[in-house]
Design a protein. Structure first.
Length: 315
């Protein structure tokens, strides 16, 4: 678990790794120091000590700020793993001290309200009050990796899993749509896919399941989207579309209220569907806490599949 320490130097401190992560996220020493409530000189000292112990330069100083070096990029995931292991160690020690039961970690790939986390937590509290549930944000692309690392016990994700060591449960079919700011729409003639591809797009990532579905459609039409702005998550996408800066893809539950309020247009030809599923490691299938949470989540989502005329797929 803590092989990263053993690989380099037993004298390394967790605070140095926290500083490393803060600088990587902020890309600026001053902002990172503020986040950590340190002086800039203290933060610089910690970074220099860490680089000395590791024997590599973690960052390049550029006009735009602190950029990860090639070595820094490779070591970042290891540092995150060490800090997460330390957090789990402290959390479990506190639970043992307080007499708390097992911990269950669930990865959320979308907004908690969309995934019905409130209803899930209430049901687990009533039926399994001794279970300590921890929710983490997670990306569909990293679902299998996080499960195998033990950082998650269960994870919501879009799409299908083909890995032999991962099992999954289909929860619902999610409708997604193309949305257009009013200023970019046209009143004279309906937009075609060619027209749409040429408009400025608020893009997330080609690996994002929502955008991968759209990209697949465009590639089949031999079209390339005009990726004008890249956003980190659905909240930024929504704000930029509302501000009229580009076309985007949204879940129907996000887009419909904004369309009803006149803030955007849902393009009639841009509808697609994605499966929303729950994943866990096959070797953990029989664990009591996994079964308990799985059944609670199945209960909460089963009406969606029944309404769609489908049955849960348990692979």
């Amino acid at each position: 678990m803590f092989g990263f320490f053993e690989r380099y130097n037993q004298g390394m401190e967790l605070n140095q790794l926290k500083s490393f992560l803060a600088i990587a996220r902020e890309r600026n020493l001053t902002r990172a120091a503020d986040k950590l409530h340190l002086s800039q000189s203290a933060l610089s000292t910690q970074l220099k000590q860490l680089e000395t112990e590791l024997g590599v330069s973690l960052f390049r100083r550029t006009a735009r700020g602190m950029e990860l070096s090639e070595q820094g990029t490779e070591l970042l995931a290891h540092a995150e793993e060490v800090l997460e292991s330390a957090r789990r160690l402290r959390r479990r020690a506190m639970q043992l001290h307080q007499g708390v039961g097992e911990t269950l970690t669930i990865g959320l790939n979308a907004a908690p309200d969309f995934l019905r986390v409130g209803a899930l937590n209430r049901r687990l509290s009533v039926l399994h009050g001794d279970l300590n549930v921890v929710y983490h944000t997670s990306e569909t692309l990293r679902t299998a990796e996080l499960l195998r690392q033990g950082r998650l016990d269960l994870a919501f994700f879009y799409g299908n899993v083909v890995d032999a060591d991962i099992r999954h449960l289909l929860l619902s079919w999610v409708r997604i749509c193309v949305v257009i700011p009013h200023d970019l729409g046209t009143k004279n003639a309906p937009l075609t896919w060619e027209d749409l591809a040429a408009l400025p797009w608020i893009w997330v990532s080609n690996d994002s399941p929502l955008y991968a579905a759209l990209l697949d459609k465009l590639e089949r039409l031999r079209l390339q989207p005009n990726q004008a702005v890249t956003a980190a998550d659905e909240f930024i996408v929504r704000e930029l579309v509302r501000d009229g800066q580009g076309v985007a893809v949204m879940r129907e539950d996000e887009a419909r209220p904004l369309a009803d309020q006149g803030e955007l247009i849902i393009w009639n030809d841009g509808w697609m569907t994605l499966p929303l599923s729950l994943a866990w490691l096959e070797k953990n299938d029989a664990k009591k806490k996994i079964r308990a949470a799985r059944e609670a989540i199945r209960h909460i989502w089963q009406s969606d599949l029944e309404g769609a005329g489908a049955t849960p797929i348990h692979l």
